[in-house]
Write a protein that binds this ligand. Structure first.
Ligand code: G3I
Length: 378
């Protein structure tokens, strides 16, 4: 009996200790482990410059994501600022760091009217260049760049933002010189440069049914002409209260019906009052006005932060439902302090559009929102 009592005493103290130390302590999942597609992030130029320094941002990117895209350093103005003069140092640094950290790289972007070096579509006197000159320049740029990154970049945004919200083709310099066939030429050159990489069309304003109908028709036309297009990127620069998730679902259905993959390529959710029409058109600008910058201190009120979490949750519920066709979801920046939205269309505002705050703390709702789980009461 006495022995039994001693054994019981020893066991009970063991159980008490065991209750204090959880037996199965499960590791907190990283963000990429919570979603059924690749999870990506855009890396800004200052971040690329700092890669290799072991900064906290660099560690967060490598830990939580499995895909990256350069926010600016692989655009034509950066890679070929003067005709025939290619600069690959910064982009190489970015791509090599990404590969060393098991991050798949998307190339952004081969043909885009913005951040286009002035020489590209112009003669020395500033007039538009000829069809032959533009085609030759496009071929040289696309083939040189794609070949340079062959085997290191798995997908390229071949053409970006060619279509307006009303469904018409944007009248950029490429269009003025070549008509909509500049798009065909870009996809042809990219495929010739590397038949193994994925070729994508990328655009914003994805809630517009008219734009989506034109994108679908473009995909059909390219395919009917024997050209290859693998996917369409929905940039998804959205706001906390618009556009509706239903409009996004319509976009997903309309475009994927053409037999292409989809990706959410530039996701962010602005919480600031709209001072302009809903657009990611970088050429629109407004003068600073404090009434459009309600939370300049870097801290969002709890109720607005909660609504932001709910907005992300409803978006991820949609993306998760279509995970058989959405191959990646990429955030346009790591933390609120990195976002282009702080300076668009008004410089000097304080927006809160991303998953990490300005102190690089993950927002409290982030994991549950990405997992599509009900958010906890705050
Ligand atoms: O590099 C110069 C710097 O030397 C100069 O001192 C500074 C002064 O303004 O400007 C710097 O260039 C800025 C550049 O980003 C690099 O930081 C430009 O002003 C600025 O306009 C440019 O903005 C980028 C924008 O594309 C250009 O069109 C944003 O960072 C970038 O987030 C944004 O990304 C686009 C996607 O490529 C396509 N989809 C829409 C998305 C948001 O507009």
């Amino acid at each position: 009996m006495k022995h039994l009592a001693i054994i019981a005493l020893v066991l009970s103290s063991f159980v008490a200790q065991a209750q204090e130390i959880p037996v199965f302590s499960r590791k907190t999942p990283t963000l990429k482990e919570l979603v059924p597609f690749r999870l990506g992030v855009a890396v800004s130029t200052p971040q690329v410059e700092a890669l290799g320094s072991g900064s906290r941002k660099e560690k967060l990117i490598a830990r939580h994501f499995n895909q990256v895209v350069a926010e600016n350093c692989m655009k034509s103005f950066a890679l070929q600022p003067r005709e025939g003069e290619f600069h690959f140092d910064e982009a190489d640094k970015f791509v090599d760091w990404a590969r060393a950290n098991n991050l798949a790289v998307v190339g952004h972007v081969l043909v885009w009217h913005s951040q286009l070096p002035v020489w590209f579509a112009k003669n020395a006197d500033g007039s538009l260049c000829s069809r032959e000159t533009l085609l030759a320049r496009m071929e040289n740029h696309i083939k040189t760049v794609v070949a340079h990154f062959k085997g290191r970049v798995y997908a390229w945004d071949v053409v970006n933002e060619a279509i307006e919200a009303d469904g018409s083709y944007r009248r950029n310099d490429f269009f003025k010189i070549l008509g909509e066939e500049y798009i065909d030429a870009a996809f042809k050159f990219a495929n010739e440069a590397d038949p193994d990489i994925q070729l994508w069309y990328n655009d914003y304003g994805n809630e517009s049914a008219a734009k989506n109908a034109t994108i679908a028709a473009l995909v059909r036309r390219l395919k009917d002409s024997g050209l290859r297009i693998d996917g369409v990127g929905l940039q998804t620069h959205v706001r906390i209260d618009e556009p509706s998730v239903d409009a996004y679902e319509d976009a997903i259905k309309t475009i994927s019906a053409e037999g292409v993959k989809l990706a959410i390529t530039e996701l962010d959710v602005s919480v600031l009052p709209a001072a302009w029409n809903l657009s990611a058109e970088i050429s629109s600008r407004a003068a600073y006005d404090a009434k459009f910058n309600p939370w300049p201190e870097g801290r969002l009120p709890d109720d607005v932060n909660g609504r932001l979490g709910e907005r992300y949750r409803e978006l991820f519920l949609l993306f998760r439902r279509y995970s058989s066709i959405i191959e990646r979801v990429t955030f346009w920046g790591l933390s609120d302090g990195d976002s282009w939205l702080n300076d668009f269309p008004m410089a000097g505002r304080t927006d809160y559009p991303l998953l990490f705050d300005r102190s690089l703390r993950l927002k409290p709702w982030a994991r549950r929102a990405l997992a599509g789980q009900k958010l906890r009461d705050r």
